[in-house]
Design a binder for this molecule. Structure first.
Ligand SMILES: Cc1ncc(COP(=O)(O)O)c(C=O)c1O
Length: 453
């Protein structure tokens, strides 16, 4: 028996009992980062010629490393865009990892692709995309934005072969940082359109910006990115008007719903997404507000064949993968080749718990956000920045500087009360709660707000 196999059953038992123990924490502890000096002392390098005992390595992980990783699934983690993977999805992720389940092609992974595609279709139906729609699961929203905009660029090149102007993407001043990174990789300009008083992008604002600067006439715009749930404020752009604008100008419309796309599940906010069905491409990150573990984002194109044309890798050793006359190859839909079957944990969990549970979990976050906003309005030392649109609440602590916010943030993480970091809006420091975890309660919000008094 190979040495790894002799050890495998003990490792598995350790991992399972550790996982069961972690699941028994209600809720999981937040934990906090440690210094390099701490790791030098407590986590010496274990990589050597002969290896170590399982206990030595696992103890270092459990007692030092893991406790220095802030738990993204703690209901007290309200920073950035946290996550709250379901237990079913986390457990099934073990199966995907333990089986090293790949999902790049129909030939190699038809069962995985079949199940993942059911979820892709479910998301496409939430968007009201037509039958021609299709896509795949990728590592994150950043890759989703890249993959979508590459398809947009290729489509533009096909219909404008003689246009040699520098390419440009339009987005709002609230669009995610990844749009600028993608433009850099693609060597495109970004035309940043200032949003309105509600921090929304609208067609009239794009037209105004385009008419305001002659330098834009030297650019070949090929795509507009609208955001369905901005990262800082959770605002949904006026997608319907932006869709009319892109239709009129023959531009690609990409909707970034990495965070907020999950809100499509709730009839309470569904009308805010009006026009999304006209998008050419859409992303949502199930590893954010659809309760899947990292790394799981979904990219869906209105017409999947355009993505295949742009992304399918060609080589003699891959020809055999393209000879199937049924099924599809997820590797053809984005900038990747080998991929884990990362959609399966979501497929498993969604199939076990049912859509209703997902809808209610999303709506719980909307309710806690409204509760927090109402409470903030009543506290004299706080100022609500704006009414929440989805599940992000932004507010100021009167008379506090960036340093005050940071000191409070660090102290509360140390106290394990919450992980809430400051952000900046309109050059002002603010505090920001991102509610995604169905276990975050009103009483936790009360405790956090009290600590600011
Ligand atoms: C609106 C939006 N788009 C894109 C991204 C990037 O997603 P990822 O971190 O999965 O690459 C984020 C991340 O927070 C986001 O909020």
């Amino acid at each position: 028996m190979h040495k790894f196999d002799e050890k495998a059953s003990k490792i598995l038992l350790n991992v399972l009992s550790h996982t069961i123990e972690r699941f028994s924490y209600d809720p999981p502890t937040l934990d906090y980062p440690k210094s390099v000096g701490f790791f030098e002392k407590n986590a010496p390098c274990l990589i050597n010629e002969l290896g170590n005992s399982i206990d030595t390595v696992f103890d270092q992980f459990k007692n030092v490393l893991e406790q220095s990783i802030i738990s993204v699934d703690s209901p007290r983690n309200l920073s950035f865009i946290p996550a709250a993977p379901t237990k079913a999805s986390m457990i099934f992720d073990l199966v995907v990892s333990a089986g090293s389940l790949r999902g790049e092609s129909w030939m190699e992974s038809s069962g995985a692709v079949w199940a993942e595609n059911q979820v892709i279709r479910w998301i496409a139906d939430l968007v009201s995309f037509p039958e021609s729609a299709g896509g795949c699961f990728i590592s994150g929203g950043t890759n989703g934005n890249l993959s979508a905009l590459v398809v947009a660029r290729e489509e533009f090149r096909k219909s404008n072969p003689d246009n040699n102007l520098k390419l440009a993407i339009i987005c709002s001043d609230q669009a995610h940082s990844s749009v600028k990174s993608v433009a850099k990789i693609m060597d495109c300009e970004v035309i940043v359109v200032p949003t309105n008083e509600k921090y929304q992008l609208k067609a009239s604002l794009i037209s105004h910006e385009m008419n305001s600067n002659v330098k834009y006439s030297n650019l070949a715009v090929f795509a507009v990115v609208a955001t369905a749930g901005t990262t800082n404020l959770g605002v949904i752009d006026d997608i319907d008007s932006v869709a009319s604008y892109t239709e009129k100008n023959n531009y690609w419309l990409h909707v970034d719903g990495a965070y907020g796309g999950a809100g499509l599940l709730s009839p309470k906010v569904r009308n805010l997404y009006k026009g999304i069905e006209k998008a050419n491409s859409f992303i949502v990150d199930p590893h954010k507000w659809l309760f899947a573990p990292v790394d799981c984002a979904a990219i869906i194109y209105r017409d999947e064949s355009m993505a295949v044309e742009a992304h399918s890798q060609k080589a003699s050793y891959l020809d055999v993968l393209h000879e199937n006359d049924e099924g599809c190859n997820p590797s053809d839909f984005a900038f990747h080749l080998t991929r884990r079957a990362r959609g399966l944990p979501l497929w498993f969990s969604l199939s076990i718990y049912g859509v209703k549970e997902y809808r209610e979990s999303v709506e719980h976050s909307l309710e806690v956000a409204n509760y927090a906003a109402d409470k903030i309005r009543t506290l004299p030392y706080l100022n609500l920045f704006m009414d929440p649109v989805l599940s992000i609440v932004v507010f100021e602590r009167l008379n506090w500087s960036w340093e005050n916010y940071n000191a409070w943030s660090k102290e509360q993480l140390r106290n394990q009360l919450c992980f809430v970091v400051p952000s900046v809006i309109d050059e002002k420091p603010v505090l920001r709660f991102a509610f995604l975890n169905p276990e975050t309660s009103n009483s936790m919000v009360d405790e956090i707000l009290q600590s600011l008094g």
